[in-house]
Design a binder for this molecule. Structure first.
Ligand code: RUQ
Ligand code: CUA
Length: 633
């Protein structure tokens, strides 16, 4: 049985993987591998040497990292360290990345967001948020490295409601999950939560050339717990949406206290109006950031009631339909953005909350689609279909977006098209390009919170499971199941050919002031107790490979990997000095070690680079401090 399946798979692969018009030496299985044809094995099999069709960027949750996998194979390709040190690449050990990490050695990555141009992925950057320490990071897809960590963002606590990228990457939009007394550092009793605590929506500005992020402006909000959001596009470009839980403004036993109300408020934010308010000076400065009080600046913020403890709110590719899932009710609420605009224009409000108009729910709701139990997030395929994750039911439901016929409207069960089981308790799901104007619409990845027993037992600490689903047909088809470390919350999928990654840092582009490319330029200079080394790494030696210091010295090594060949990576690990830096071809890194122990400390190359890799080693000597100096201490 197993054998016949294998034969079918390889036959189908052979038929599918004829060489296309790839550049020489570059094979892409994806070109020939279209979802929808063949057995699941054939559809996901990427032969050795072949490449996947898509990149999948998973958030790594409280690992602080981002995982890169390929679709359709689901093979893990690499890990991009972001908010936590990662010895495998030396991240967090050299001076440059140590400075970026600052005082933190962990983060909680939830939602990666790709940069966009005209509402489509432009393949330049991946932004990821840190729920734990209120930061936002920018990864460049040129070298797949973290280039900036912004934060902790002032006046914002619990950066969960991000990273939502606007249509032309003007902003990455952020909302606070937790409310705190502002400015940060001020004490107030949680008993006075309603009065003393506040939430915040932040516009993080992105420089169009460099991608450099900075805090643009903020909008003060009541102390709701802002949850997932999305940015508008097309007719809703310039707007953004977040759900909230805890409109009740409870501060303890939230499980019970924050689920009292029938509806919570979503934030409907006009970020272009926020920009204008800042230009016109309608702000106060709080911790150095221009903050808008929406009660004083009408038109910036509206509330939209959403039933019942909602979690996700997603804008469809047309920009007109907005779907929200209420965790405690079995429907996806679909809103019409055109009606939202009309309601705002006509001032069709049902009430006001702290000076912010509440849009009349009935006027803007298009319908409640009975998707099933525990709806969280919705994704779109660009063919008029939506896919909602159902945590409680462990199911993905496919349903049809409006416009609906009169008959469908009368019974919205009719727009529910298909359901597929996932294993188990799905959180997020992603369809490639769902948050753009043109989703790829072929693969869906279900990110399941529990994997219980779907894999070889690895003890009580279990991985998460991700399932690849083909969404090209009327019915969804399960293709593959992969496991990852904690914890993919959300992911982004981008076509492989939309990304232009370099594999070597060109020598000409290396602007490090202490880079050295030839043996004659290397050397060791002592200045008082400061010892500075310019070192080069080349197959298979360090130059210099002996460094003499004495106790109390501050040793700085600038090390350049002078290779210009792909995958020719060197590392420098120093024994018992807690130091390992990895240097990519053409890269220069700076590392600092304080000589606190005397003795002789071997150092060696940590990346297997050549037949004589083992010989790539040297000695760091540390003599005791001269007696006079020791006596003076
Ligand atoms: S949340 S499972 Cu952190 Cu993205 Cu919805
Ligand atoms: Cu260089 Cu191993």
């Amino acid at each position: 049985m197993k054998k016949s399946l294998l034969i079918t798979a390889s036959l189908a692969t052979a038929l599918l993987s004829f060489p296309g018009c790839n550049p020489p030496g570059q094979k892409s299985a994806g070109d020939a591998k279209t979802a929808g044809a063949g057995t699941p094995a054939a559809r996901t099999y990427v032969a050795p040497g072949d490449k996947d069709e898509y990149y999948l960027f998973y958030s790594g949750g409280h690992s602080g990292q981002v995982y890169v996998a390929g679709i359709p194979s689901m093979r893990h390709i690499s890990t991009i360290p972001v908010f936590a040190p990662y010895p495998a690449t030396g991240y967090g050990f050299d001076e440059e990345t140590k400075k970026m990490l600052g005082d933190y050695s962990w983060g909680d990555v939830h939602h990666p967001g790709l940069s966009k141009k005209d509402g489509l992925y432009d393949g330049r950057f991946l932004f990821v948020n840190d729920n734990a320490n209120n930061r936002l990071a920018r990864i460049s897809l040129t070298d797949f490295k973290t280039h900036q960590i912004l934060g902790p963002i002032p006046n914002s606590s619990g950066n969960h409601g991000s990273s939502f990228v606007t249509e032309n990457t003007e902003y990455v939009l952020v909302a606070s999950r937790f409310s705190v007394p502002l400015p940060k550092g001020r004490y107030a009793d949680p008993k006075d939560y309603e009065k003393e605590f506040n939430g915040m929506v932040s516009g993080i500005k992105v420089d169009p050339q460099s991608g450099e992020m900075s805090v643009g402006w903020q909008i003060l909000t009541p102390p709701f717990d802002w949850d997932l959001g999305s940015t508008g596009k097309g007719p809703s470009d310039g707007w953004a949406f977040w759900t909230s839980y805890n409109t009740e403004m409870a501060h303890e036993t939230l499980e019970a206290t924050s689920t009292q109300g029938e509806r919570d408020y979503a934030a409907v934010v006009n970020w272009r109006a926020a920009e204008v308010a800042v230009k016109e000076g309608k702000i106060t400065l709080l911790d150095g950031v221009p903050v808008i009080d929406p009660a004083k600046v009408p038109g910036v913020l509206y509330f939209l009631p959403i039933p019942k403890s909602p979690h996700g709110i997603d804008t469809d590719p047309s920009g007109r339909w907005i779907a929200a899932g209420g965790k405690l009710q079995p429907v996806a609420s679909v809103f019409d953005f055109n009606k939202i605009l009309a309601a705002i224009e006509k001032k069709d409000f049902e009430s006001e909350f702290r000076g912010v108009p509440v849009i009349r729910y009935e006027s803007v709701l298009e319908g409640s689609v009975p998707v099933g139990l525990g709806p969280l997030h919705t994704q779109f395929d660009g063919r008029g279909n939506a896919y909602t994750s159902l945590y409680i039911e462990s199911v993905v439901t496919k349903w049809k977006l409006p416009p609906w016929t009169a008959e469908e409207k009368a019974d919205l069960n009719k727009v529910v098209l298909d359901k597929i089981d996932v294993h188990y308790n799905i959180g997020h799901l992603v369809v490639g390009g769902s948050d753009t104007k043109k989703p790829y619409g072929d693969y869906l990845v279900a990110m399941n919170k529990l994997s219980k027993g779907r894999h070889l037992s690895v003890g009580p600490s279990q991985p998460e499971s991700s399932q690849l689903i083909d969404v090209t047909g009327q019915k969804m088809a399960m293709l593959y199941e992969a496991f990852t470390e904690p914890e993919p919350h959300f992911a982004q999928i981008i076509k492989a050919d939309a990304v232009n990654a370099i594999e070597v840092y060109p020598k000409a582009d290396n602007k490090h002031p202490h880079a050295v490319w030839e043996a004659k330029d290397t050397g060791i200079v002592r200045n008082g107790n400061k010892v500075e080394v310019k070192m080069m790494a080349i197959r298979s030696r360090f130059i210099p490979d002996r460094i003499d210091t004495q106790e109390g010295d501050e040793l700085t090594i600038h090390i350049t990997n002078v290779e210009q060949t792909t995958d020719m990576i060197h590392g420098i690990g120093i024994i018992e000095q807690n130091m390992n830096v990895v240097i990519d071809p053409g890269e220069t890194k700076t590392l600092k070690v304080k000589m606190t122990k005397t003795g002789v400390f071997p150092f060696y190359c940590t990346n297997f680079c050549s037949a004589l890799h083992q010989e790539m080693q040297g000695y760091l000597t540390v003599k005791p401090a001269p007696v006079a100096e020791t006596a003076a201490k």
